[in-house]
Design a protein around this ligand. Sequence first.
Ligand code: OOG
Ligand code: MG
Length: 262
Amino acid sequence: MNLDNATILKLAEHLENAELQAHDVTKITNDYPDMDWDDAYAIQDEIRRRKEARGNKIAGLKCGLTSFAKMKQMGVETPVFGFVADYMSRPDGGEIKHAELIHPKVEAEICIVTKAPLKGPGCHVAAVMAATDFVIPAVEVIDSRYRDFKFDLKSVIADNTSSSRFVIGGTMRNLDELDLRTLGVVLEINGEIRTMAAGAAVLGHPLAAVAMLANHLGARGQEIPAGTFIMTGGVTEAITVNAGDNVNVRFQDLGSVSMRFV
Ligand code: OOG
Ligand code: MG
């Protein structure tokens, strides 16, 4: 760690305020170029602590920048991990207030809920399969607090990987009824197809992202508890949305997830 505790607390407050007040900020690595990965996750952990102290519950964990399309879009090569909180959840088919956000984008995600704890190091796809209770689709609304959605990995980790809203929908299915690699996803906005992909776009297999998350947490002495909702990361690039947009994502074998930005 290169930042002192007072700076970690200050940056967490700065970034969380930007989230809650929906205003953008400059990339924090501009002012703290020596910041390292542990500093970045320590800032994210402090944002999580602030939310929990306020009574918010952690609703799930997320993997980000796991698909080739997203890595290319953001110009990075390493996945990142974050969390979603209860107040970020919106119902399937519901409304999302655009004015509460800065410059939101939507992305389609294959998600799971675990039925057993997962602990790295050494976690792999088969271990994740054994611990998967069911698969469920979601749409994540990401909203980087950084100006023009431009960041580097350390800045985006500190900003809780741009988490802002999420919508779980469709149908839950058992893993043995699905092939997550060939599972097709079609993202439509206002009835127009904007992007599409298959599950294998996420690290070759979406559950590989969960194994990476378990290994990431394991290196820090933590595990994924049983009953955790986990988002494996956008399968396609993220798409900018405006007020008035109707978003509908069709997931093969898992139904669809929709929302309207107002
Ligand atoms: C970082 C969050 C990425 C995903 O699914 O790839 C993410 C960002 O692109 O702002 O949630
Ligand atoms: Mg995401």
